[in-house]
Design a protein around this ligand. Structure first.
Ligand SMILES: Nc1ncnc2c1ncn2[C@@H]1O[C@H](COP(=O)(O)OP(=O)(O)OP(=O)(O)O)[C@@H](O)[C@H]1O
Length: 940
């Protein structure tokens, strides 16, 4: 029998008042005697007949395409098991000791000459030995053009030979481009005009147009490497595969993602993989500017000679790598396809199945690796992934703009980029909750709160509901408690989400009301002298009565009251806006927490007619609510009907316009009038709509499931957002990149195991990144002290290079913080030469510092063309997440630390954004970790 305690949210068939805990609220606990054993009506907390392995209670999710049940903290596990406690909260840094099994066995083995590098890598400075590098740079006179004399010898000859080869590649690229354009245009011309032909034409056109985009993307740095093998073979490596169109159709250029190109990124002198020489080509447009060679044999004849015991990181293509790292930042991230390092390559090419976590400190290339992995997976599993799409989630819109060029530059456009806040179609949440509210809304128990909120809307009143219905004798119909309960039980029995289950609820109530109506009419007939058992109401009358009941306003009102049709927005807005509903749905939250939940975000004033301004933390709640409620089919049908009418009306207008237009330009179309109906034209319009790209369809469909999901800054996501993402990827093919030491979101992660266990148990793999490519060693030494403050057990990544400049600090007089910061920034800006500078401040200091810096540097604080950010920007650390700048000035670090619960993590992030120079401006004391920064006087 169902639980009958008045405030019990369990509704389980196996709970009886006697078995209910004395708390007054019955909770089915896994394995307890109250845990239901036989199938009964679904309850928001119990899953019939099964034990939950991962949580104390479970809720139905109801989407037929997915697992029908999910735990509060994840999906219903495939196999039942015992509840397991999570791992300790303490962030666990990946081991960096040589004994670690996760570190590649190859060790770095030195280098020879590096020409044109202003500074040497730390590994070079420590005198490592092994791979021998030679570089050749083109002089103005040595750059050969087509048909130029090739008589030079030695390095110059090499350069000329490469130039000739590269020109040949570009010729082929031009050929392929021409052919693609011809094909594309032929499809346009030759379409047979039938609806099928038009669809075929559009698909072919889209395919060739996208190939053309990829071909154009390959134009810059088409070829960047070459491998010479010990057996005398060689291969050029580049952005795409190119084959000769003559003779034996030999491969001229190998796509960097092809398996055979792998030695370019991982071969070392210890494991040369058959490679004798690795060559990096630096090109500008179609001109080869320089070459640098690494010989992967161990020398025995000189200083750089033998021995494998060098220290430092296993760098590949050091000259090219250093050139890339020393280059000024542009405000947009670039690809690293020429200089991917071995530990990064391993991650990029890893099996797409399962969940892989890439944990690495600042600047270790997590973002770069994640994006190159997307390109690699699309190349390797093109069919599957273009169809289902790849989703890349980044922390905010600024970050997405920052990385937006990387995949297009690799020729890949079929990727959906989104912030967590944009993952609920049709909603653009920009308002941010207070940290305490965001932390609460991010907790998994909010799933239970929403399930309770829904249950609240499905509760039946304690008294019968009377309905005024004209067609029945006495004009009154009654929905009594028994009928309500029967309808409720049948609706629950469908295990469908709320809106779908409503159909069954409504049908049951209507059946009951119809029965009453018929009985009343029949019994009136008996009273009027008929025989008992006579049927006055014919089957046709029954149908008519049913229709009347369905359309009767009073009946509809009663149904809407008993089992309302809901949207996620109404459910959540009603919940957060009502003390009573919150008290019912969140009984385990303290009154103070419930008050926080109901609090509108600071500065968020709803517009007229809008009940609530949605915040970024509401997105996951809305998605969860949508999962419980299910789509409102009726609303969708109404929308489609409305769209259809609009399209037909529009088409009708076009037809009328053509009919009256004078002959001339529109003649062809005007001639069609009379042959084509407005409906046909409307069909054409709808056809166009269905041909939108995978990315567009995926973004507009909440139930879309992606082939692979990549999450950057994954440590920032709340448990509720993880639930949303897992629903978008039931196959659990995911790459998550992040750094637990950089978590700043109050609801963010402190342990990967804790995040993932509810969804995949322990079946996820950890890949570490250990080398910092961004932050110079001098700055990292300071950041490491802050990291030690966060957790003495953590070790930061090893910087790959020094910048040659020590970090410094300037003390400002009291009340002079903003003005001094502006003077410091102006002084730095004088030598910026187009490089990027960021001023990172605590949120409260942004207005004053921003105003002072803008006043001092009005030109440099304006956005540039091509959607590029200003050269000088003032921002919070949170907004700078994932970004990097040539110069960083941190203003009042103590305020950064004090401004949030994870202030030390924020300071760590702030200190590690710079690629060259770091300065600190402060009034009060700096944190002890920064006291030994070089003290310099304030500029006047
Ligand atoms: N193999 C490489 N070759 C050239 N540049 C690289 C390489 N790896 C990383 N970089 C560069 O190092 C910088 C830092 O990379 P990225 O932003 O991906 O690091 P991250 O680990 O995501 O950093 P954070 O966690 O601090 O945001 C970028 O400019 C990137 O282009």
């Amino acid at each position: 029998m169902p639980c009958r305690r008045s405030r019990c949210s369990c509704s389980s068939w196996s709970c009886s008042p006697a078995a209910c805990p004395s708390s007054g609220r019955c909770r089915c606990a896994p394995g307890s005697s109250r845990w239901p054993r036989s199938a009964g009506p679904p309850s928001p907390h119990c899953s019939p007949g099964r034990r939950c392995a991962a949580s104390r209670s479970c809720i139905p999710t109801g989407s037929p395409s997915r697992s029908p049940w999910s735990c509060w903290s994840g999906w219903w596990p495939a196999r039942p098991g015992p509840c397991a406690p999570g791992p300790p909260l303490r962030p666990t840094r990946v081991p960096t000791s040589p004994a670690s099994p996760v570190i590649a066995p190859e060790r770095f083995i030195g280098r020879g000459n590096v020409i044109g590098c202003p500074r040497r890598t730390l590994a070079a400075r420590t005198g490592d030995r092994g791979i021998v590098t030679d570089s050749v740079q083109a002089t103005g006179s040595s750059r050969p053009g087509p048909g130029q004399d090739d008589a030079a010898t030695g390095p110059e000859a090499e350069l000329k030979a490469e130039q000739a080869y590269v020109l040949r590649l570009y010729e082929r690229l031009d050929d392929i481009r021409r052919q693609t354009i011809q094909l594309r245009d032929r499809y346009l011309r030759d379409s047979d005009g039938t609806p099928g032909g038009r669809v075929e034409r559009d698909i072919a056109y889209a395919r060739h147009a996208s190939s053309l985009v990829a071909l154009n993307a390959a134009e810059d740095k088409l070829c960047f490497g070459r491998l010479d093998f010990e057996d005398g073979e060689d291969a050029h490596i580049g952005r795409m595969g190119i084959f000769d169109d003559r003779g034996d159709q030999k491969q001229l250029l190998m796509d960097w993602r092809a398996p055979s190109a792998r030695p370019f990124y991982v071969a070392t002198a210890i494991a040369p993989l058959g490679v004798h020489r690795r060559r990096h080509l630096r090109t500008r447009r179609r001109v080869v500017e320089s070459l640098s060679d690494e010989y992967l044999q161990i020398r025995t004849d000189g200083e750089a000679g033998t021995g494998l015991e060098g220290g430092g990181a296993p760098l590949i293509g050091e000259a090219a790598l250093l050139a890339a790292l020393e280059a000024p930042r542009t405000g947009r991230m670039g690809d690293i396809v020429e200089t991917i390092q071995a530990e990064q390559d391993r991650i990029i090419r890893a099996d797409q199945r399962g969940v892989m976590v890439v944990q690495g400190g600042p600047g270790t290339g997590k973002t770069a690796v994640a994006l190159h992995r997307a390109a690699y997976l699309l190349y390797t599993h093109r069919e599957q992934l273009t169809h289902r799409g790849v989703l890349v989630v980044g922390p905010n819109a600024t970050f997405l703009r920052y990385i937006s060029q990387v995949l297009p530059s690799l020729g890949e456009n079929a990727v959906v980029l989104s912030t967590p806040a944009d993952l609920f179609p049709g909603l653009r949440a920009t308002v941010v909750d207070e940290p305490a509210v965001a932390a609460l809304k991010g907790q998994t128990r909010m799933a239970g709160v929403l399930a309770n909120a829904l249950l609240d809307r499905q509760r039946m009143p304690a008294v019968a509901r009377k309905i005024d219905f004209e067609a029945v004798p006495g004009r009154v119909l009654t929905i009594d408690k028994a009928l309500m309960k029967r309808a409720q039980a049948r609706a629950w029995g469908t295990r469908a989400p709320h809106n779908q289950a409503r159909r069954v609820f409504v049908r049951t109530i209507l059946d009951g009301l119809l029965k009453q109506t018929v009985e009343k009419i029949d019994s009136r007939g008996v009273r009027a002298g008929g025989e008992a058992g006579d049927r006055i109401v014919t089957p046709e009358d029954r149908d008519a009565l049913r229709r009347e009941l369905m359309t009767d306003e009073n009946v509809r009102d009663a149904l809407a009251e008993l089992w309302p049709r809901l949207t996620p927005q109404t459910l959540l807005a009603d919940l957060l806006g009502s003390e009573r509903r919150l008290a019912f749905a969140a009984p385990d939250h303290s009154p103070a927490d419930r008050e926080l939940l109901s609090r509108p975000a600071p500065g968020a004033t709803p517009a007229r007619g809008v009940r609530r301004v949605w915040t970024t933390s509401d997105v996951a709640l809305l998605d969860e609510a949508a999962e419980l409620i299910g789509p409102d089919d009726q609303a969708e049908r109404d929308r489609l009907a409305r769209e259809r009418t609009e399209n037909t009306d529009y088409a009708q207008e076009v037809m009328e316009l053509l009919d009256t237009s004078p002959d001339g330009e529109g003649e062809g179309l005007a001639g069609m009038v009379g042959m084509v109906s407005a409906e046909d034209l409307a069909d054409l319009q709808e056809e166009r709509v269905t041909l939108t790209s995978t990315a567009e369809r995926a973004l507009s469909d909440r139930e879309w499931t992606y082939g692979h999901i990549i999450v950057d800054e994954a440590q920032e996501l709340s448990p509720m957002i993880w639930r949303l993402l897992m629903r978008r990827n039931p196959l659990r093919s995911m790459t998550l990149v992040g750094d637990l030491a950089q978590t700043s979101d109050p609801a963010g992660a402190t342990s990967w195991g804790r995040v993932l266990r509810p969804y995949v148990r322990d079946a996820w793999r950890l890949e570490p990144l250990t080398v910092n490519y961004r932050t110079p060693a001098e700055i990292m030494a300071v950041a490491d002290r802050v990291l030690h403050r966060i957790d003495p057990g953590l070790a930061g990544p090893t910087s790959v290079r020094e910048a040659g400049v020590l970090p410094w600090r300037v003390r400002a007089a009291d009340g002079e913080l903003a003005a001094t910061a502006a003077r410091v920034v102006a002084q730095e800006a004088a030598s910026l030469d187009g490089r990027q500078l960021a001023v990172l401040v605590a949120p409260d200091d942004v207005p004053a510092v921003d105003a002072a810096v803008r006043a001092a540097l009005p030109d440099l604080t304006q956005p540039r063309g091509d959607d590029l950010p200003p050269v000088v920007q003032v921002m919070t650390v949170r907004d700078a997440k994932g970004l990097e700048f040539d110069v960083v000035v941190v203003v009042e670090p103590a305020a950064v630390v004090a401004s949030s619960r994870r202030g030390w993590n924020d300071l760590y992030v702030a200190l590690t954004r710079s690629t060259q120079r770091l300065g600190v401006v402060h009034t009060g004391d700096v944190p002890a970790e920064l006291t030994d920064l070089q003290d310099v006087p304030a500029p006047s």
